[in-house]
Design a protein around this ligand. Structure first.
Ligand code: AMP
Length: 214
């Protein structure tokens, strides 16, 4: 089963994707994670995208489609793929459709996670991530455990994303509304779209997603 998690920054796509990885043996394909990894390892592409990402703008379709193509054509995923943060433009959505049909794969569901904008700002500015395993924490709703150890892997180092500040979040939200939200209509028209309320507790949202996927 291949699915897309669609929603603005801070909607909880990454958190829910990680649960699906654990519970269903699916593979998470996050273009944001891939781009951050390219920056950390200092590749040419990582250098090109750094400023764009810090500003909160979208990197080019060509780059992200290339990353996804590489993953889909080299790796296998028994439980299927979760596309997290991809596609973000109509051109990316078309490219994904073409790529999946080239590989004789299907797109089985597009789950839109809807959350109010003021909640997104509060969530994102309070977000931190375990440097070892990527578990996501939130100062208010899911703080790092009192012993300072990640509940998933025991790691003790936590980082905040360079683009998780109010300025770049405004740009990311604008990019979402201008370039990504048209995908809601696109997938609705294709009959693939289901919306879930991303405002609930993590377990509640997970249960809603489970009801969609069966
Ligand atoms: P994310 O981790 O999904 O919030 O992505 C972080 C940043 O990476 C975004 O603000 C964009 O600059 C870039 N990015 C990630 N995925 C895409 C994509 N599919 N298309 C364009 N830019 C992307």
């Amino acid at each position: 089963m291949n699915i897309i998690l669609l929603g603005p920054p801070g909607a909880g796509k990454g958190t829910q994707a990680r649960r699906l990885v654990d519970e269903r043996n699916m593979v998470q394909l996050s273009t944001g994670d891939m781009l951050r990894a390219a920056r950390t390892s200092g590749t040419e592409m990582g250098k090109i995208v750094a400023d764009v990402m810090d500003r909160g703008d979208l990197v080019t379709d060509e780059i992200v489609i290339g990353l996804i193509r590489e993953q889909l054509t080299t790796g296998g995923a028994e439980g299927g793929y979760i596309f997290d943060g991809f596609p973000r433009t109509l051109a990316q959505a078309d490219a994904l459709g073409n790529l999946l049909s080239e590989l004789n794969e299907t797109l089985d569901a597009v789950i839109e996670m809807s959350v109010d904008d003021d909640v997104l700002v509060a969530r994102i500015t309070a977000r931190s991530t375990c440097a070892s395993c990527g578990e996501v924490y939130n100062d208010i709703t899911k703080p790092v455990p009192a012993d300072g150890k990640c509940s998933n892997c025991g790691g003790t180092e936590f980082t905040r994303r360079a683009d998780d500040n109010e300025d770049s979040l405004r740009t990311r939200l604008m990019a979402y509304y201008k370039q990504t939200s048209p995908l809601i209509g696109y997938y609705y028209a294709k009959g693939d779209l289901t919306s879930v309320n991303g405002l609930g507790e993590i377990d509640e949202v997970a249960a809603e997603i489970k009801a969609v996927l069966g």
